[in-house]
Design a protein around this ligand. Structure first.
Ligand code: FES
Length: 85
């Protein structure tokens, strides 16, 4: 089973134990959702910052109504050259 950053409950920020559910909750409570909010509240990006591109993609899809309702055809982890299994 491959890691799917769009799957509900998936931990995105390993350094600070922040899931996509945590991000979604924060963004739903905000009038202007941003990745910066995750940094301010949880510290996401303060260590390795590997999570930031994933959060950016989730936020973009959230704002476009593509996530969490549906899956994008281009879902993947291509930022770092990782391949889906
Ligand atoms: S995974 Fe988020 S700061 Fe390292």
């Amino acid at each position: 089973m491959s890691w799917d950053f769009r799957q509900p409950g998936t931990r995105i920020c390993v350094c600070y134990d922040v899931s996509n559910d945590d991000a979604l909750k924060l963004w739903r409570e905000s009038e202007q959702p941003s990745v910066e909010q995750l940094k301010e509240k949880h510290g996401c990006g303060d260590n390795c910052a590997t999570c930031i591109p994933y959060f950016r993609t989730l936020l973009r899809d959230y704002q476009r109504g593509k996530w969490p309702k549906g899956e994008s055809a281009s879902a993947g982890t291509e930022w770092f050259g990782a391949k889906k299994k």
